[in-house]
Design a protein around this ligand. Structure first.
Ligand code: PAF
Length: 250
């Protein structure tokens, strides 16, 4: 695996692959890689002969008081994992490289109406910052395929919407959520949880399963998931919703 830490190193790597006629897939990540990320890379490999993984903790998608400073940065371990799963290039740029001339100050993409509900209501500005970096990565790598996890359903929807409008030649590849044996979706942030909080967090997937099992009507499914969560008083529910896959409307 080659490691590119600057935009120009990345451009050289990608143009060599292109000159060899290779299809290019991009897997954007913020590092602290786990089995969920590795499954995204496996999905990328199914589509393309040249796989670029980016590791960049994007300051623009973190709000004031969020975990930007303490977000886990585990580059050495990540490099080892990426070698094992056969990555062609790791792109691990600095903030200045991704956002030249201080452009990290504000997002240049807007996620629109769907960007301010659910996760967007809980994290104002998050999706504008996320789309800004994803667009920047698309511009730099110009991939044929880009892989994103279904765990972040709203993120995936917004990226699909942006790609349709601005990157019509790019195919977004959704990849299924990878879960721990206890049901909790794998996430780099799970390491923040102590044993007790981890047990509470497992109730989230159990609540989703309870909702899924109540197929009588959408509102009954939601009610059943909500009722399940209310049995875990330590958990404070930000939102739960059932949306149409093609519009993200309730
Ligand atoms: O899902 C993530 O890890 C991030 O939001 C992404 C897509 C890499 C953009 O920073």
């Amino acid at each position: 695996m080659h490691i590119a830490t600057t935009v120009s190193q990345l451009a050289t790597e990608v143009s060599v692959a292109r000159s060899e006629g290779k299809k290019v897939a991009l897997v954007p990540t913020m590092g602290a890689l786990h089995a969920g990320h590795l499954s995204l890379i496996a999905a990328a490999r199914k589509h393309a002969d040249f796989v670029v993984v980016s590791i960049f903790v994007n300051p623009l998608q973190f709000g004031a008081g969020e975990d930007f400073d303490k977000y886990p940065r585990t580059l050495d371990a990540d490099v080892e994992s990426l070698e094992v799963v056969n990555t062609d290039v790791l792109f691990a740029p600095s903030v200045d490289d991704v956002y030249p001339k201080g452009s990290a100050a504000k997002p240049t993409k807007s996620a629109g109406g769907i960007g301010v509900v659910y996760e967007g209501a809980a994290r104002p500005g998050h999706f504008d910052g996320m789309l800004t970096v994803v667009a920047r990565l698309f511009d730099l790598v110009q991939p044929d395929f880009a892989v994103f996890g279904q765990k972040d359903a709203q993120q995936l929807f917004l990226i699909q919407q942006m790609a349709k409008a601005d990157y019509p030649a790019l195919q977004i590849v959704p990849a299924p959520t990878v879960r721990e044996p206890g049901g909790l979706a794998m996430s780099s942030r799970n390491r923040y949880l102590d044993a007790a909080a981890h047990e509470v967090a497992e109730q989230l997937s159990a609540a989703l399963r309870a909702g899924q099992a109540t197929a009588a009507s959408p509102s009954a499914a939601l009610e059943s998931a909500r009722a399940f969560m209310s049995k875990a008083p330590e958990a404070k529910l930000d939102y739960i919703a059932l949306v149409a896959a093609n519009s993200f409307e309730p």
